[in-house]
Ligand binder design. Structure first.
Ligand code: FMN
Length: 367
């Protein structure tokens, strides 16, 4: 059991915010699979929220099945961040997360995102301004620092704890690193050691239950937050929870279960975004689901122009027929088409190479 302030969570596993990906349909899809303690929305601009812009309101769209939910705010103007947090509390957010890790130039230029890591007292004052006006827990998500010469996360985490922040999420890389290089577990450990009471949640490159356990063991962090690994394997939270409890790896979901979850995700996309837009958005999501289906080149090609649910049914039916050539008499993938180290399987116990989890293309490709 892990607590963020007064908020009790059923698990110490978290979904990391991924702009453009961890929207309501995805959150509902993975919540249904179990194992998750808390989801966080992607970053939302504080000023847009106060001005009630449609785009900001769509980003915080949620429902009763999407609980508990933290909303992540970004901005550098203390009054705006404070007012936006109050607004979110009145709308029912269970926690407010402050983005201090975004390396995107547009966000840093105005003093938000990872620029906040360079100005400790200013950042602590901003967080305090929020803590004072809301009852829900306030958390912060940061990187280790701006670069190797400026690993400010331990000092910043301590300063944030002192002003009443309830937890810190730490991506074990610097801003300069972007997504390159290894996640620095010792760097996360230094943050754990720097705070006195609040939980520190480790993040970065966790794509298997074993990697989650390693992060917990080597850093002493209280929980683990998973971003891209949840797209690669939506069952990762449930599998990790089971692995941490018993040391046993649960069996892989069979093909039909993978297809069911993919269809559920699409249906939720359509429910939330409408058929045309939902299908268009699903074009970039379906290939992630397809990564573990075995040969799927034909499916990926066809789904790239998806525009309706009926079309998806046709694509799926044709894919099933095409995929049959790779199956044995029992309907299992022939061994030579089963997952390999370059397409690692959860069952092999091998951590996926970072290249196996590409940073999705888009305006935030340098997160
Ligand atoms: C496409 C993309 C979008 C992201 N959007 C956000 C965001 O909105 N807020 C944030 O704090 N971090 C964001 N991140 C960073 C992730 O939350 C996470 O820290 C990072 O991906 C490392 O974790 P992972 O290896 O489990 O994905 C984003 C990362 C990616 C790849």
């Amino acid at each position: 059991m892990l607590r963020l302030g007064a908020l009790e969570l059923a698990s110490n596993l978290f979904l990391s915010p991924l702009a453009g990906y961890t929207n309501l349909p995805f959150r509902l899809t993975i919540r249904e699979l179990g194992g998750l303690g808390l989801c966080t929305t992607e970053l939302v601009n504080a000023r847009s929220l106060i001005e009630k812009r449609d785009k900001a309101l769509k980003l915080i769209e949620s429902n009763a099945r999407d609980r508990p939910l933290a909303v992540q705010l970004f901005g550098a103007v203390p009054e705006e961040m404070r007012d936006a947090a109050q607004c979110l509390e009145s709308l029912g957010a269970d926690a407010i997360d402050i983005n201090m890790g975004c390396p995107v130039r547009k966000v840093c230029r105005v003093g938000g995102g990872s620029a906040m890591m360079s100005e400790l007292s200013k950042t602590a004052a901003l967080a305090q301004g929020i803590v004072r006006v809301v009852r829900v827990p306030v958390t912060a998500k940061m990187r280790l620092g701006w670069d190797d010469a400026n690993l400010t996360a331990p000092d910043l985490a301590r300063a944030l704890e002192d002003v009443g922040v309830s937890a810190v999420f730490i991506h074990g890389r610097t801003r300069e690193q972007g997504f390159g290089g290894c996640v620095n577990l010792a760097g996360i450990r230094a943050v754990v050691d720097a705070v006195r009471r609040i939980p520190v949640i480790g993040n970065g490159e966790v794509t298997t239950p074993q990697a989650a356990k390693r992060m917990l063991d080597e850093t002493g962090c209280a929980g683990v937050s998973i971003g891209r690994g949840a797209f690669y394997n939506p069952w990762i939270f449930r599998q990790t929870e089971a692995f941490l409890a018993s040391g046993e790896l649960p069996s892989e979901p069979p093909f039909e279960e993978r297809v069911r979850v993919m269809c559920r995700h699409l249906d939720l996309m359509i429910e939330v975004f409408g058929e045309t837009h939902g299908c268009r958005m699903f074009r970039k999501v379906a290939p992630w689901h397809a990564k573990r289906l075995g040969p799927a080149v034909e499916f990926k090609r066809r789904v790239a122009s998806l525009s309706s649910r009926a079309q998806f049914d046709d694509v799926l039916a044709e894919y099933r027929a095409w995929r049959a050539q790779f199956l044995d008499d029992r309907g299992e993938l022939l061994p030579r088409f089963a997952p390999t180290p370059s397409n690692p399987s959860f069952m092999t116990g091998e951590p996926a190479a970072p290249s196996a989890i590409p940073t999705p293309r888009g305006p935030v490709e340098t997160w």
